[in-house]
Structure formats: C-alpha cells, structure tokens
Design a binder for this molecule. Structure first.
Ligand SMILES: NC(=O)C1=CN([C@@H]2O[C@H](COP(=O)(O)OP(=O)(O)OC[C@H]3O[C@@H](n4cnc5c(N)ncnc54)[C@H](OP(=O)(O)O)[C@@H]3O)[C@@H](O)[C@H]2O)C=CC1
Ligand SMILES: Nc1nc2c(c(=O)[nH]1)N=C([C@H](O)[C@@H](O)CO)CN2
Length: 240
C-alpha cells in the first residue's frame, strides 16, 4: 500500500541510499534524503522531486539539529531508513580512539537518538497509513566480525541490536528491521585483485549492485509481518 507520509533515507546522496530514494520516488512515495557534503549531484536529485536535507551526524549537535529541523517541518513519517555510514579500516587510522567514536556516532548514536525523537511522527504515520517502518542498514560483518574494520563492525553490531530493542519498544505500530548486505557494490577505486578476493567470499561470487538493496528495502516496507529481523544479502557467504 502507498503511504502518504514521507520516507527519510539518511546518506541518500549516492550509491545505495540514492538508488533507494529514486526507486521509492518513482513508486510515488514522498522521499526525503539527507546528505552531508553538498555537490552538484544534490541539485539534480532535488530537481527530480526528492527533498534533500543537509545533515552531519558526526557530532551530537549535528544529530540534534537534524531532529529539530524534521520535527519543525513534518507532522508524520512513513519510514526512516538509517543508511548513512562510514566504512573505515584501522590501517588507515592514526587514532583508533577517534575511529571508534566516529563509527559509534554515525552508526549507533545517530540512529538511537533519531528513532527516539521520531516516535511520535512514525506513530502519526501509522495512524494515517496503517504502517510505519524503521530500517537499519547493517552489514554481514555483524555476524562474523572483521579483522580489518573492527570499530566499523562493532558499531554495526550495535546498530543491529537497536533493531531488537526498538522492535520491542515500538510494536505494534512501527516495524523495525535491519538489512545486512555483504558485498553490494564495489568502489571505482577497488582493483581487480581486491574485487576477485571479495567475489570469492560468497557462494554466488557476484557483485549484485545496489538494486539488490532496493529490492530488500521494498520487501521490508511492503511486509505486514516482519519486525525485529535482519534480511541478509550475502550470496551465501555464510556457507563458504
Ligand atoms: N556498499 C556495500 O557493498 C555495502 C554497504 N553496506 C551498508 O549499506 C549502506 C549503504 O552503503 P553505501 O551506499 O556503500 O554507503 P556510502 O559509503 O556510499 O555512504 C552513504 C552516505 O553516508 C553518508 N555519511 C557518512 N558519514 C556521515 C555522517 N557522519 N553524517 C551524515 N552522513 C554521513 C555519506 O554522505 P556524503 O557523501 O554526503 O558525505 C554517504 O553519501 C551503508 O550503511 C553501508 O554500511 C553494508 C555492506 C556492504
Ligand atoms: N558505508 C559503507 N559501508 C560499507 C561499504 C561502503 O562502501 N560504504 N562497502 C563494504 C564492502 O562492500 C564490503 O562489504 C566488501 O568489500 C562494506 N560496508
């Protein structure tokens, strides 16, 4: 069913978040994305009819400013999709204390504060549309850890746990689920050796692309009976 209340996708200026925003917009949803860094592409996204809000979740003030703006401008929400994320490895970092703080801030503190602050808006969305959703974009590494992205994996595990807590707290009005991709799409900078090693990690040995994530988001939004669960998108990696 088409919900009248808007859907917010954080980190929607590129890649998976943008693909989800465009797909849901094309379906007729009112879609709002957040972006951190303004660039030309944001103007094009806005011109397509998707509202773009600048938000930097790297500080508590940035999170609270975003919350304040949304509470001022909207009286209902159909869904919030926590997609904003930084993927940083320990090897690229000189200060691992700051790395853990940064990972925790964007992957746990921001979704936690936003979910608590938007309960009323999502319940109003449920009242209007009969459905409301919170979706956390986590990661396969929640299950297995990562020896190269330790702080990232731990923070995504924190986000995964928020799925259980908020599913219990917000039922039956708001469904709360996670989507845990393994490899969805490479970066242009990924070399052939890295790509081959990443492909070999799953049974299906393919780079599915962002549309695999779009399909999962659409399923979760359209489901009437899924909450507190994680949808794994990993090509059978857990069986390798
Ligand atoms: N791509 C993949 O293969 C996989 C992705 N995932 C997860 O799926 C989701 C989407 O992945 P992908 O599209 O690659 O994500 P990206 O790495 O492209 O990041 C998405 C957006 O997050 C925004 N962002 C990062 N930090 C902050 C911050 N502090 N405040 C506000 N916005 C921020 C960035 O905004 P800006 O560009 O404006 O700075 C960026 O555009 C992520 O949660 C990711 O962890 C999980 C496993 C695999
Ligand atoms: N925020 C991001 N998180 C992740 C990304 C990304 O590009 N941005 N990429 C991955 C990889 O695909 C990894 O799963 C395999 O190379 C993981 N998380």
């Amino acid at each position: 069913m088409m919900r009248k209340s808007p859907i917010i996708i954080t980190g929607g200026g590129q890649r998976l978040g943008l693909a989800c925003a465009q797909a849901l917009h094309e379906q007729g949803y009112k879609v709002i994305i957040t972006y951190r860094r303004h660039r030309e592409e944001i103007n094009a996204i806005e011109a397509s009819g998707i509202q773009c809000l600048q938000a930097d979740f790297s500080t508590q003030n940035g999170v609270e400013a975003f919350i304040k703006k949304v509470l001022e401008d909207y009286d209902a929400l159909g869904a919030i999709i926590h997609n904003a994320s930084e993927w940083e490895a320990e090897k690229n970092c000189s200060d691992t204390k700051l790395l853990m703080e940064k990972m925790w801030q964007v992957h746990v503190f921001a979704p936690y504060r936003i979910n608590l602050a938007f309960e009323g808006l999502l319940c109003a969305g449920f009242k209007d549309d009969g459905v409301a959703d919170i979706i956390h974009m986590t990661d396969y590494v929640v299950e297995k850890g990562s020896d190269k992205h330790i702080a990232y994996a731990a923070s995504k595990a924190g986000l995964a746990n928020l799925t259980c807590s908020f599913a219990k707290r917000y039922s039956p009005c708001i469904k709360v689920n996670a989507i845990a991709p393994s490899l969805l799409m490479f970066h242009n900078s990924d070399n052939d050796d890295y790509r081959q090693k990443a492909l070999n990690k799953s049974l299906l040995q393919k780079e599915p692309g962002e549309q695999e994530g779009v399909l999962a988001v659409k399923y979760v939004l359209e489901s009437g009976y899924l909450t507190g669960r994680t949808l794994s998108l990993d090509g059978g990696r857990h069986l390798v």
